[in-house]
Design a protein around this ligand. Structure first.
Ligand SMILES: [Zn+2]
Length: 189
């Protein structure tokens, strides 16, 4: 028996190859192309891709192999897809194929920040949030302690990493950066 194969591929418009999508499969190229064509007609899971090919016609869809490899895990394959995604910046992919834990965390923080920015003048929302925050203070402390225990080494590694201050260029441990910023580059309120 041969080792299972996987590919990372590019799906592009034969009339305009600047319009393309990057994907991966371990079910064979031909099979994947035909499900892409079928998906155009029905349910739209990747709206950018399918709306595009609904407009120009599914027969314009061409597939090119970017890389073939032995299939190990879905996750390893997605990271290869991510490599090509970063390299080629496909205009028809709606999102990154896979995210690291740091990226997921950064996304969540950004989403939260956008949400609170939108609500910042909502007095009722702020009062509710404050009340909720007070009521759940104990639980939050417990949860944070558990999370810290599980991720301790990661935290310590992150704090020990040497970074440069984006304002003055000075090198320091990541753990000292926020104190440095506060002291050396105070923000006007
Ligand atoms: Zn600085």
């Amino acid at each position: 028996m041969t080792a299972p194969q996987a590919i990372v591929y590019k799906l592009y418009d034969v009339d305009d190859p600047t319009q393309f999508y990057v994907g991966s499969t371990n079910y064979g190229k031909r099979a994947r192309l035909s499900t892409h064509k079928c998906n155009c007609v029905g349910d739209v899971k990747n709206p950018l891709l399918y709306q595009y090919f609904q407009r120009v016609g599914v027969n314009n869809m061409m597939m090119e192999t970017l890389e073939s490899m032995t299939f190990t895990t879905k996750e390893a394959l997605l990271w290869r897809e991510r490599h090509w995604y970063d390299e080629l910046r496909p205009p028809l992919n709606a999102q990154r194929p896979i995210l690291s834990e740091d990226e997921r965390y950064a996304d969540l923080q950004a989403k939260r920040a956008r949400y609170y920015a939108k609500k910042k003048d909502d007095v009722e929302f702020r009062a509710k949030r404050l009340e909720y925050s007070r009521e759940h203070a104990e639980e939050r402390k417990d949860a944070a302690a558990v999370y810290y225990k599980d991720h301790k080494q990661q935290f310590l590694d992150r704090l020990a990493r040497i970074v440069e201050c984006e304002t003055c260029g000075k090198s320091m441990r990541y753990g000292s950066l926020s104190e440095h910023r506060k002291k050396m580059h105070p923000q006007p309120l």
